[in-house]
Design a binder for this molecule. Structure first.
Ligand code: CO8
Length: 259
């Protein structure tokens, strides 16, 4: 049986699954096998109606220290093109449920890009973010130059991408890369606490919200506005919208059906 490079706990809290990157000896370096398993586990969780939110984490020392340099080092451009690892990354990007990164320790290179591929980031006070690819003669390849620039602005992204230097959790929060800083000793617990309110919401509305915010993030404003409007209208044909608004008017808690 293949080594389990992603450990899944389906009901870490009601409605919340935790996926743990599991190559601790290599600081969770993201090799092809790990990324494939991550995409496959997410696809399974997408079909699981009991799971509303996923939290992606590593361990206290490292979220992930980047793509696996040892695996990549000897490859040619044609090898990279044929392996097409980015198709796997695209599969993860299309995951429809909220995905929260719980980052402790290193989130570097592909590790930082993976955290940014998530919808939100909770960082332990020991977290370090960076795009050090320049130090090994390349540049970020899994969206780092794009997502980091959108998250922290051009000047700061240029500085990090061109120097390869790391920033700590406090700087990452100040620059808008992370949502919240929590103590390292309890970081996963805190991330689950952070995730809990989202698990109370209508799964349909969460999916529409994710798609719409990503519309703003990934497309031009006009395209994003249209996408937002379309999703907004669409929700008015759902039972959850009727239930949510009725519950508000009747001053009671809504019961979501996911329809
Ligand atoms: N790849 C492979 N192995 C790694 C990686 C990595 N990225 N990072 C750490 N390791 C391994 C080390 O080789 C070491 O293994 P061993 O014990 O067998 O020698 C083990 O993890 C522990 O690491 P260190 O001994 O180096 O630990 P330190 O605490 O001294 O240093 C650092 C920690 C600073 C994180 C250091 O390990 C480091 O600099 N790592 C590399 C960081 C880096 O350059 N990341 C970017 C990689 S390139 C990339 O991510 C491009 C993404 C593009 C898209 C991906 C799709 C193809």
């Amino acid at each position: 049986m293949a080594e389990e490079l992603i450990l899944v706990e389906r009901q870490a809290r009601p409605g919340i699954a935790v996926l743990r990157l599991n190559r601790p000896a290599d600081l969770n370096a993201l090799n092809l096998e790990l990324m494939t398993q991550l995409r496959d586990r997410l696809q399974e969780l997408e079909q699981d109606a009991d799971v509303r939110i996923c939290v992606l984490t590593g361990n206290e020392r490292a979220f992930a220290a980047g793509a696996d340099i040892k695996q990549m080092a000897g490859r040619t451009a044609v090898d990279m093109w044929q392996i097409d690892q980015f198709a796997i990354w695209d599969g993860i990007r299309r995951f429809k449920k909220p995905l929260i990164a719980a980052v402790s320790g290193f989130a570097l290179g592909g590790g930082c890009e993976l955290a940014m591929l998530c919808d939100m980031i909770v960082a332990s006070d020991t977290a370090q973010f960076g795009q050090p690819e320049i130090k090994i003669g390349v540049i970020p390849g899994a969206g780092g130059t794009q997502r980091l620039t959108r998250a922290i602005g051009k000047a700061r992204a240029m500085e990090l991408v061109m120097s390869g230097r790391f920033i700590d959790a406090v700087t990452a929060e100040r620059w808008g890369l992370v949502n919240k800083i929590v103590p390292a000793s309890t970081y996963l617990e805190e991330a689950l606490r952070f995730a809990q309110p989202f698990a109370q919401m209508s799964p349909l509305a969460l999916r529409a919200a994710k798609e719409a915010v990503n519309g703003a993030y990934e497309n031009h404003l006009q395209e994003g506005l249209l996408q937002e409007r379309r999703n907004f209208y669409l929700l008015f044909s759902s039972e959850d919208q009727k239930e949510g608004m009725a519950a508000f008017v009747e001053k009671r808690k809504p019961e979501w059906k996911g329809r």
